[in-house]
Design a protein around this ligand. Structure first.
Ligand SMILES: *Cc1c(COP(=O)(O)O)cnc(C)c1O
Length: 375
């Protein structure tokens, strides 16, 4: 049978009529860039998150970059972020003109280790970007406390955490601003590229609206040098439809995670843990194993697709060689990179497909790991 890593077609089929009608509306209005569908999605997503404003932009990376620029963070400034993340978090800092300063992550969740923040701060530090990796909110309480004591801004990278909760509140409602990606494979995905910034700061939202549209205040009046970073009308329409289904899809993901957690408990794999006060959106279901590559090949031979998120920590990427980091600088991030394996996870995953994954793992592992070797 085989199991895909994600199945966007299955999701599309389940809502095809709604999506087709919404796209037709955009085409009939000729509202291809920004426009009513984007505005309506911005309002709905703000209500969903429990924030004042959402500004739709062209992707998640640009959401982060524009937020930094709009907050005055750039040249000669340092921005703290985890070493174990998708490279976009660091790229946004670099493109804003600032310097990324990495901190290591927690062994249990893979999220930024707040206890290491004092070591990372410099006189140039202006902001911290916690990443809600794999759909699980970072440990926001100590991060927010540290930031407020030191006068730093917190910008959430919520690109993997649409709908996740921390202490009952949505991820993306904690920092000065939070950034989302609507890349097709995310929990809330567009039909192409898309992103957004959420904030309670009206002044920041106004600046972001200007920056995303060439710095325009009114047509052909450019108050500052801006960007072309607008969200397309069709993406706004698709996202508006999908937002109504997000909670249901996330519930399905959480139910699938519960099945995996129970059925993989005695295989010797290190399974994801939900930290206290967190409700993960399970964007990814990431296990760890010392013989990750062997397991990956074994599953692949059975037609089961897996992913690596991420195989090289950002401080070890060639792109960031100039920062001069070495192997061993962020040992937990490096261990995640060596051992992580993402199993198939999407809302439409069937019991038969999950069983195939579970049997696939067990066919390698139950021969070699004694039943009692429970971690
Ligand atoms: C997807 C993602 C981004 C970037 O979003 P794009 O829309 O692809 O630009 C940033 N950070 C994290 C953690 C992501 O997963």
């Amino acid at each position: 049978m085989g199991v895909p890593f994600v199945d966007l077609k299955a999701q599309h089929k389940s809502i095809q009529a709604e999506i087709d009608a919404a796209i037709r509306g955009v085409v009939e209005d000729n509202a291809f860039v920004l426009g009513p569908a984007v505005e309506s999605f911005e309002r709905d997503f703000a209500d969903y998150l429990g924030v004042e404003e959402v500004v739709g932009v062209s992707n998640g990376t640009v959401a982060l970059q524009l937020t930094l620029v709009a907050l005055g963070i750039g040249l000669d400034h340092d921005v703290i972020l985890p070493a174990h993340t998708f490279i976009a978090t660091a790229e946004a800092v670099s493109h804003a003109g600032a310097r990324p300063v990495f901190v290591d992550v927690r062994r249990d969740t893979g999220n930024l280790d707040a206890s290491l923040l004092p070591k990372a701060i410099t006189p140039q530090t202006r902001a911290i970007i916690p990443v809600h990796l794999y759909g699980q909110p970072a440990d926001m309480e100590p991060i927010l406390r540290f930031a407020s004591e030191r006068g730093l801004l917190v910008i959430e990278d919520a690109c993997q955490a649409h709908g996740a909760r921390y202490r009952g509140r949505r991820a993306g409602s904690f920092g000065r601003a939070s950034c989302f990606s609507f890349y097709p494979g995310k929990n809330l995905g567009a039909f192409g590229e898309g992103g957004a910034v959420a904030t309670n700061d009206h002044e920041l939202a106004t600046r972001l609206r200007r920056l995303r549209d060439h710095g325009q205040t009114e047509r052909y009046h450019h108050a500052e040098i801006g960007y072309n970073a607008r969200l397309e009308g069709i993406q706004g329409a698709v996202l508006g439809v999908k937002l109504k289904h997000l909670d249901g899809w996330n519930r399905a993901r959480r139910a699938h995670a519960a099945v995996y957690l129970e059925d993989l408990a005695r295989t010797g794999l290190t399974l994801p843990v939900e930290a206290e006060s967190c409700e993960s959106a399970y964007h990814l279901f990431v296990v760890r194993d010392g013989r990750r590559d062997e397991l990956r090949e074994h599953l692949s031979a059975r037609g089961i697709q897996t992913g690596l998120h991420y195989p090289i920590p950002v401080h070890r990427q060639d792109a960031y060689a100039a920062l001069g980091h070495r192997e061993g600088d962020f040992p937990e991030s490096e261990a995640w990179a060596r051992e992580c394996l993402s199993l198939p996870m999407f809302a439409e995953l069937s019991f038969a497909q999950m069983d195939e994954v579970i049997q696939g793992v067990k066919s390698l592992r139950l021969n070699t790991v004694p039943q009692s070797n429970k971690r």
